[in-house]
Ligand binder design. Structure first.
Ligand SMILES: Nc1ncnc2c1ncn2[C@@H]1O[C@H](COP(=O)(O)OP(=O)(O)OP(=O)(O)O)[C@@H](O)[C@H]1O
Ligand SMILES: [Mg+2]
Length: 248
């Protein structure tokens, strides 16, 4: 295992029922933000689900430092420091912001839960101002921040986030991805799946391209942004650096 690895995925084969979707993924996640991009159906969500024990793993290992995550129940995963924000908004729209955060803290003892929710309000002023409001009345971007905040209540070391900017307008999308970056800067390692490849890689330390259940490419965020192979497929045209394209 690399010395600075937070999460080490080795030869992961996983899927649903008898069908493997991932065919041997090796991945090292270090401090900072790692973004997974790739076409629809590539297995991006399946990768996060497999790490969180929600897919059927047929082969391989997933280690968080020295802990074998594949042996842990969901509750133990939370205790080990892993949180998961699945694809799509899934907070409780008819409950207040406060009640949603309490739901995020339900595995904690009562006093610890109160303190955890209160520290979330210190961290996210936006949520503090809206604590009595129904979650369903928040804007899309605010709901996504609430989703992430619910997952941070248990003070994870590793946060798995699936498409946080799904369905958001461009300005809101940037706000949410900036928030992801800021979460990582406060010491939480982030493994994120994102369709908005350029916006996500601009805020990522490391990027991985998944195709047909296999890793097609990986590198630092800046390297992938300048990679001509990615430009047309994922970055909406020319690579960020004109010189990188001109070198071809
Ligand atoms: N619960 C499930 N049962 C059976 N097959 C599934 C299930 N969830 C996903 N799949 C299949 O697994 C494959 C990979 O799906 P996955 O959701 O991991 O892709 P993805 O890369 O996240 O795609 P998208 O960009 O559309 O979110 C797809 O062929 C999908 O149909
Ligand atoms: Mg997906």
């Amino acid at each position: 295992m690399e010395p600075d690895a937070v999460l080490t995925v080795s030869d992961l084969h996983a899927g649903y029922g008898d069908l493997d979707i991932l065919h041997g993924i090796d991945l090292t996640v270090r401090h900072g933000v790692t973004t997974v991009i790739g076409p629809n159906g590539a297995g991006k969500s399946t990768l996060l689900k497999a790490i969180f024990g929600m897919a059927n793993t047929t082969k391989g290992t997933v280690y968080l430092s020295g802990t074998d995550l594949l042996r842990l129940s969901n509750r133990r995963l939370l205790a080990a420091g892993v949180s998961f924000v699945p694809q799509g908004r899934c907070n409780f729209p008819r409950m207040s912001v406060q009640e949603n955060l309490e739901m995020g803290a339900f595995t904690l003892p009562q006093r610890q839960a109160r303190e955890a929710v209160s520290s979330i309000y210190d961290r996210f002023e936006l949520l503090s101002a809206k604590r009595e409001q129904l979650a369903g009345e928040l804007s899309g971007g605010q709901q996504q921040v609430l989703e992430m905040a619910m997952s941070l209540v248990t003070s994870p070391r590793l946060l798995l986030i699936d498409e946080p900017s799904l369905g958001l307008a461009p300005m809101t999308l940037k706000m949410v991805l900036d928030e992801v970056k800021s979460i990582s800067e406060q010491g939480v390692t982030v493994l994120m799946v994102e369709q908005n490849a350029r916006q996500a890689l601009e805020r990522s330390d490391w990027g991985v391209v998944l195709e047909l259940g296999r890793k097609a490419l990986e590198g630092t965020g800046p390297d992938l942004l300048n990679d001509a192979r990615l430009a047309d497929l994922y970055l909406g045209g020319a690579a960020l650096s004109e010189t990188a394209v001109g070198d071809e």
